[in-house]
Design a protein around this ligand. Structure first.
Ligand code: ZN
Length: 297
C-alpha cells in the first residue's frame, strides 16, 4: 500500500532521532529466531521514551510537508521496485521485532534502498510497541506472526518440553490478535521460533488461518558476522527464495547490509516481493517444506 509521501519523509526523520536515543540508552538484547533464547524485554525507560518522542516527531513532519511537498515527494516516494524484476522475486524477512532501536532504523534503511520486506514480529513486543508495528505496516511491509513470546513450540532447540496443542494455539493466536489490534491487519503467515515445528504445529496454525513459513537462506546475521559476509550470505538467494534476517538492536550489521543487498538484487534483476500462499512446496528449509512464495507487492 502507498504511504503518504510527505508524512513518510518527516516520519523517517523523526524516528532517526528515536533510534539515536535508543542507542544511548542501551536496550536489552534480542535473541535470534534460531539459536538464542527469546528476546529480553526492553526496560520501561525505553518504552516511555518511545512514547514521549513519537508525538513530537509528527508536528515537525507536518510543517515540513506543507512547505516542501514537492521535494518530499521526490525524495521519499513509497518503496517500489524500480529495477527490472525479470528474473523474479525473493522475500526478505526480518524476525523478532518490533524494537524501539532497530525497527525505525531498519525501516529507514529499507526505504532508502527501495526495498519492502516481511516482518515476523513477536506478539508481546507488538503489544508493548504497537506504534512500531503500525509504522511497519504504514511503510508498506507486512507484519506477520512469530508467536506471543518466542518460545520453542516443540522444544527441539531449547531442550524444553514441547507445548501442548492448547499452548501452541495460545502462542499463535495471542500474537495474531496483538498484531491485528495494533495494525488493523490480520497476519496470514507464521514463523515458528528457532524453526522448531512439526506436522501438529503446522496443522494447528492452519486451523488458525496461518500458513507456516520457513526460509531457504539463513543470513546468519545473529552470529555477529561482518556486514560483507552477511551480504554474501543473503545474495545466495535465488528467485523464489526466502531469506531470514533479524530486526534486533544487537544486530546492527543487518541494517548496514541493506544497501548492498538492494544493489546485489538489482544487479541480478531480482525484486524483493511479498509472501503469498503457494500450493507447491518450497524446499530448502532445514525443517522441511513450506507453502508460501514471493510475489510482486
Ligand atoms: Zn525469532
Amino acid at each position: 500500500m502507498d504511504v503518504k509521501v510527505g508524512h513518510a519523509h518527516g516520519w523517517v526523520f523523526g524516528l532517526a532521532g528515536l533510534a539515536t536515543f535508543g542507542l544511548l540508552v542501551s536496550t536489552a538484547t534480542v535473541g535470534h529466531g534460531k539459536a538464542v533464547p527469546r528476546p529480553t524485554r526492553s526496560g520501561p525507560s525505553v518504552t516511555a521514551t518511545a512514547r514521549a518522542i513519537r508525538p513530537a516527531a509528527r508536528p515537525a513532519s507536518a510543517g515540513t510537508v506543507a512547505r516542501r511537498a514537492t521535494h518530499a515527494r521526490a525524495v521519499s516516494a513509497p518503496a517500489r521496485p524500480s529495477a527490472s524484476c525479470r528474473n523474479g522475486y525473493v522475500a526478505l524477512t526480518f524476525d523478532d521485532g518490533p524494537d524501539p532501536v532497530s525497527t525505525p532504523r531498519l525501516l529507514a534503511a529499507l526505504r532508502r534502498a527501495e526495498l519492502r520486506a516481511t516482518f515476523f514480529d513477536v506478539g508481546e513486543r507488538v503489544a508493548e510497541y504497537p506504534q512500531l508495528a503500525r509504522q511497519t505496516v504504514a511503510y508498506g511491509t507486512a507484519v506477520e506472526d512469530h508467536t506471543w513470546d518466542h518460545r520453542s513450540l516443540t522444544g527441539a532447540s531449547t531442550s524444553t518440553p514441547a507445548l501442548t496443542a492448547r499452548q501452541v494455539i495460545a502462542e499463535l493466536d495471542r500474537a495474531k490478535q496483538a498484531i491485528a489490534s495494533a495494525t488493523g491487519r490480520r497476519p496470514q503467515f507464521v514463523r515458528s521460533p528457532y524453526g522448531d515445528t512439526s506436522a501438529a504445529v503446522q496443522r494447528l496454525a492452519r486451523e488458525l488461518g496461518l500458513i507456516e513459513v520457513g526460509w531457504t537462506v539463513d543470513s546468519n546475521d545473529y552470529a555477529g558476522i561482518l556486514t560483507r559476509q552477511l551480504v554474501t550470505n543473503v545474495l545466495q538467494v535465488r528467485a523464489g527464495g526466502v531469506v531470514i534476517m533479524h530486526d534486533a538492536a544487537r544486530i546492527p550489521n543487518t541494517i548496514a547490509a541493506v544497501p548492498a543487498i538492494a544493489a546485489g538484487l538489482r544487479a541480478r534483476s531480482l525484486c524483493a516481493g511479498r509472501l503469498v500462499p503457494s500450493r507447491s512446496d518450497t524446499p530448502g528449509w532445514e525443517h522441511g517444506t513450506f507453502h508460501a512464495r514471493p510475489a510482486a507487492w
